[in-house]
Design a protein around this ligand. Structure first.
Ligand code: EPS
Length: 386
């Protein structure tokens, strides 16, 4: 499974092409829109999320609601471009130049390194593509990956476990796939009601000061087949692939599988998930989730646990971060852009997407199949051998 996104934050829109899907997968515009709507949820997001509607077109690869096995192409129009002429001059693809180059590069963004690397004199040439707007296209692709995993019995969800300094208590119950609506109904996509209130208070206090907040989300994968990924090569290890995919999300600075960092401080006798045989279910079980559902770079069939830490957004509503003007080399503060106070709840949905894309790709590698029926048949035949 391969996919590629294109498009700038304030351009005409985004495009994603997904290649390698089997035929016969049921996909509708409404299904993709619903997932993309989940990404726009969350207290602390900026004004753009309220007016941006995800207008989608399935350009190719689907006929009468089913994939054809050909590349699936999805176009997502940017509302601001099509309902006003606001960005038309600034982002015009035709030859020309901007009247207002951005040169007060923002610390913590791609601005300065990108300008140096590509030889630009306007930070907008970098930030338009570096923006997390691009994750809208990833979520569209992730919807398709989730749809492919569903007939195998795999469900993926996420919840926020930390917002700024507020953290859900250790050992608090985790949501199950039946409870995902409760997570999405929380204004911060947190399953813990008390922590939800504290997180909202933290965001309000932060917004008042024109500052921003980071946090941690936990992605859970239920019903994984045994044996996705492999121990035989470094680049086929499932935990390695998940870490790369999740780390690639804008502003993510840390990824943990299971209790990764906590386990590092324990004795070996307390750091692993004991294995037992469940004679009723006729399957092996691990009694805890310390390893996060992978051993030796392969899925064990237990609950997959992937956590992602997001830094506070580097664009502030009240710019205070010291920087330099790249044209004059004079000291100043980073320029003001319209922004969110926090995007941690949205990042959770994007992290689900990245996990789903990795798992769907690895499930296809293991089970193959040119049609969904063949893919599922092969997975069931493998499961029967266990
Ligand atoms: C973003 C800044 C904001 C966010 C945007 C990501 O956009 P704007 O500057 O246009 O107000 O709203 O996120 C999205 C548009 C989106 O769909 O998630 C940034 O700089 O990364």
């Amino acid at each position: 499974l391969r996919y590629l996104t294109a498009g700038e934050s304030h351009g005409q829109g985004l495009v994603v092409v997904i290649e390698g899907l089997p035929a016969g997968l049921e996909i509708t515009v409404e299904q993709i829109q619903a997932e993309m709507g989940r990404r726009r949820l969350g207290f602390g997001r900026g004004p753009r999320q309220r007016f941006e509607v995800d207008e989608l077109t399935l350009i190719g690869g689907v006929r009468h609601g089913r994939t054809l096995g050909s590349p699936l192409a999805i176009e997502i129009k940017n509302t601001e471009w099509f309902r006003s002429d606001k960005w038309h001059e600034e982002m015009d693809p035709a030859p020309g130049e901007t009247k207002a180059p951005l040169t007060q590069v923002r610390p913590g963004h791609a601005d300065l390194a990108g300008m140096q690397k590509y030889g630009f004199t306007d930070a907008r040439d970098v930030l338009e593509r570096a923006s997390a707007r691009e994750t809208a296209a990833r979520v569209a692709a992730g919807t398709v990956a989730k749809a492919l995993l569903r007939p195998l019995g795999v469900e993926i969800l996420s919840h926020v476990i930390q917002m700024g300094s507020v953290r859900v208590p250790d050992g608090a119950p985790r949501p199950t796939p039946e409870q995902i609506d409760r997570v999405d109904e929380s204004q911060v996509r947190c399953f813990d009601l008390e922590a939800t209130d504290d997180m909202i208070a933290e965001i309000k206090a932060c917004a008042k000061e024109g500052d921003s907040l980071g946090g941690v989300v936990e992605v859970l994968g239920f019903g994984l087949p045994v044996g996705l990924g492999s121990h035989v090569h470094w680049d086929r290890k499932l935990d390695g692939m998940l870490a790369q995919a999740v780390m690639s999300i804008q502003a993510v600075k840390g990824v943990e599988i299971g209790d990764g960092f906590d386990v590092a401080g324990r004795r070996g006798s307390q750091a692993h998930d004991p294995i037992s045989w469940d004679s009723d279910a006729q399957k092996y079980r691990r009694e805890s989730t310390l390893a996060g559902g992978t051993e030796g770079g392969m899925s064990t069939g237990e609950l997959l646990v992937v956590r992602a830490a997001m830094k506070p957004l580097a664009t502030l509503n009240k710019p205070t971060l010291a920087t330099v003007d790249t044209a004059t080399k004079e000291a100043g503060v980073s320029f003001k852009e319209r922004t969110d106070v926090t995007a941690v709840p949205a990042m959770g949905v994007v992290a689900e997407t990245m996990v789903a894309l990795v798992l769907a790709g690895e499930a296809q590698r293991k089970f193959g199949g040119d049609s969904v029926d063949e893919f599922v048949r092969n997975a069931e035949a493998f499961a029967a051998t266990l």
